[in-house]
Design a protein around this ligand. Sequence first.
Ligand SMILES: NC(=O)c1ccc[n+]([C@@H]2O[C@H](COP(=O)([O-])OP(=O)(O)OC[C@H]3O[C@@H](n4cnc5c(N)ncnc54)[C@H](OP(=O)(O)O)[C@@H]3O)[C@@H](O)[C@H]2O)c1
Length: 231
Amino acid sequence: MRIAVFGANGLTGRLLTEQALAAGHETAAVTRRPAGFPITHGRLSLVEADVHDAQAVNRAVEGADVVLSTLGVPYTRKPVNIYSDGIRNVATAMSRHGVKRLVVVSSSATEPHHHADGGFLMNRVLQPLITATIGKTTYSDMRRMEELVRGSDLDWTIMRPSGLFDAPGVTRYELHEDQAPGIFTSRADLAASLLEQATDVRFVRRAVAVTTSDGAPTLFQLLRREAFKTR
Ligand SMILES: NC(=O)c1ccc[n+]([C@@H]2O[C@H](COP(=O)([O-])OP(=O)(O)OC[C@H]3O[C@@H](n4cnc5c(N)ncnc54)[C@H](OP(=O)(O)O)[C@@H]3O)[C@@H](O)[C@H]2O)c1
């Protein structure tokens, strides 16, 4: 199978690229910065593309059987459009080339809800605060992306992780339709869950929450490492 990975140079994207290659797939890593890409492999091709550039996206999608996206930007108070504009260009290119399977990363925060594992701090303080302030523009654009994907005639799946953290390997992650009780997802598990969708039709035309329990940090550790990280 030939897989095109958008966001391949990101933290999750690199793991996904490695996992796809290890699983025997031809993998096209799509990045704005191919020169700095750290993975080399006989079945890997590097494709330079900014997702706002429709022609470059078109070239990146051509020949793929499946498109997986881990595109993202850090929290910002400025308007965000990478998720919606980027995936619009990807979906248009897929339709043009007859590619049907699309799996995108969104977030559990696009649909804020009570997390059974969240406690007062997560459910009553952090989630409302982050979704109304530093995460507001990101989650608005993720919702636009979700709407666009749902309105397409592609075989789509929307993956919704919670707080991302780095872990040494893939664990027994959980998948739940729409929402999950957990509040953490390791990037290795997120990557594995995306790759799983490439060959599994169970969640076609569905949103799926993906969560990790094994090795998850405390809420305080996660916040310190991820939510206020600047790059
Ligand atoms: N942090 C959390 O707790 C959390 C929670 C839920 C969901 N998420 C979502 O999970 C996903 C993965 O997160 P992550 O931390 O692994 O992401 P990340 O390291 O920030 O990687 C995102 C990648 O997107 C690519 N990108 C950004 N703008 C682009 C553009 N205009 N054109 C082409 N590529 C572009 C970048 O690749 P290049 O450098 O190659 O351009 C970047 O490496 C993101 O969608 C994030 O929003 C995060």
